[in-house]
Design a protein around this ligand. Structure first.
Ligand SMILES: O=C(O)C1=C[C@@H](OP(=O)(O)O)[C@@H](O)[C@H](O)C1
Ligand SMILES: C=C(OP(=O)(O)O)C(=O)O
Length: 434
């Protein structure tokens, strides 16, 4: 599928974007390992979260739905999973393979986890290394998927200092820690999303955070519960930027998760001069939520504070479009993690910005973008959903038509993006491949 975008437009109205991807994955994983039933609402019916559902079904867990975002999981307990008949194929989802590898390292059966072409290029050494230290037997092909996990190993609790700010690695180690003898603890170079810790507590499992040392003891149990998944701020980000760059825009995004470890995009856009206000702030099932109003405002280039990078890690494709539409120069550093996402997001975004005529300089760990007029052209997405959505919103300020190639992956995180974008004011046509 390809998106064709006519230039210009205004973004107005009210919308609730689909459920949070990180929380949706974790709701299935912890629900499956809990005792009793877990009921989830607001679940993301995107391909990545559905890959997690399929993986647990393949391991014998009864999961009803999702239907209109409702899922019911009949938990099998921490030791109730069954060996799958085939390798688990988790598609495009880095979160699924990395969190699952921690969980499955503690089972008594062998399992193989694989994924699509993009996933097969992503580094898994970052989870293999701490798991091996815990006593797991896990092999990959040159540190990449497929991962082969040999069951029946006795895991030992360890302390692990994460070498990179990664919530997936942190979660992997903590989930393996559920099966380990003694305590497992981690420290991170900078705080990352804490949905695993919050949700474990929601399932009645004690997780400590003592001055940044996050730890749990193995051998407990999880109790089924109710989970209300907020709208994904990473999906909302495209429309936060869209409304900020398109003159005349005024948009309300409802029920958005505003966990402090996820709001870098709001902080960065606000520093750039965006007009964003939070309303009706509340807490839903252990996660803070708000309605977000965003109105057009002229943006200015900034040096992005490095402490905001892990808090906005998936939002940089959208933020680069904000920078392209801003007055002056935006500098991002300390973001080398962007190079190992579904694509090398620094390279893919730089290529697309250059196509649109936006001056930029690629750095090892970031980019420098000089705001200016946007032309048009053909954009390659490298199988990356966030690159596709970022260049779709760029059309609001473009002078010519933009064609975004290879947009099927948008459904991994944001099913219905094209229809919602049209409803809010983008002039987007989805064209099927011949
Ligand atoms: O834990 C999670 O749910 C995620 C963590 C982040 O990855 P890293 O841990 O690789 O930074 C993020 O990019 C990904 O979309 C989701
Ligand atoms: C990096 C992402 O996801 P994952 O690592 O789960 O593939 C993302 O959604 O931007």
């Amino acid at each position: 599928m390809e998106f064709k975008l006519m230039p210009g437009g205004t973004v107005t109205g009210e919308a609730r974007v689909p459920g949070d991807k990180s929380i949706s994955h974790r709701s299935i994983m912890l629900g499956a390992l809990a005792e009793g039933t877990t009921r989830v609402s607001g679940f993301l019916e995107g391909e990545d979260a559905l890959a997690t559902v399929a993986a647990f079904r393949a391991m014998g867990v009864r999961i009803e739905g999702p239907e209109d975002g409702e899922v019911e999981i009949s938990g099998v307990g921490l030791h109730g999973l069954k060996a799958p008949a085939h390798a688990l194929d988790v598609g495009n989802s880095g979160t699924t393979i990395r969190l699952l590898s921690g969980l499955l390292a503690g089972q008594d059966f062998d399992v193989e986890i694989t994924g699509d072409v993009s996933l097969q290029k992503r580094p898994m050494g970052r989870v293999m290394e701490p798991l091996a230290r815990m006593g797991a037997k896990i092999d990959g092909s040159d540190g990449k998927p497929p991962l082969k996990i040999t069951g029946g190993q006795a895991l030992q609790g360890i302390h692990y200092d994460l070498p990179m700010a990664s919530a997936q690695v942190k979660s992997c180690v903590l989930l393996a820690g559920l099966y380990a003898d003694g305590r497992t603890s981690v420290t991170e170079p900078a705080p990352t999303r804490d949905h695993t810790e919050r949700m474990l507590r929601g399932f009645g499992y004690e997780v400590k955070n003592e001055n940044g040392v996050i730890s749990l003891a193995g051998g407990g149990s999880l109790q089924g519960c109710e989970i209300d998944v907020p709208a994904d701020i990473s999906s909302a980000a495209f429309f936060l930027v869209a409304a900020s760059i398109a003159p005349g825009s005024d948009l309300l995004l409802t029920h958005v998760g505003i966990n402090p470890t996820r709001i870098g995009v709001i902080n960065i856009l606000t520093l750039m001069g965006a007009d964003i206000t939070l309303k009706n702030e509340r807490e839903v099932g252990g996660e803070p939520v708000a309605d977000i109003r965003v109105r057009y405002a002229p943006l200015k280039g900034i040096e992005i504070p490095e402490d905001q990078v892990p808090l906005a890690i998936d939002e940089f494709p959208a933020l680069f479009i904000a920078a392209a539409c801003a007055e002056g120069r935006t500098v991002l550093r300390g973001a080398e993690e962007l190079r190992v996402k579904e694509s090398d997001r620094i390279a893919a975004m730089a290529e697309g910005l250059t196509t649109l005529g936006v001056q930029n300089e690629v750095l090892e760990d970031g980019i420098i973008i000089d705001g200016g007029p946007l032309g048009g052209g053909v954009i390659y997405t490298y199988h990356d959903h966030r690159i596709a959505m970022a260049f779709s919103i760029a059309a609001l300020r473009a002078e010519q038509e933009i064609r975004v190639m290879d947009c099927d992956h948008v459904a991994t995180s944001f099913p219905g993006f094209d229809a919602l974008a049209r409803g809010l004011g983008l002039q987007l046509t989805a064209l099927a491949d011949d």
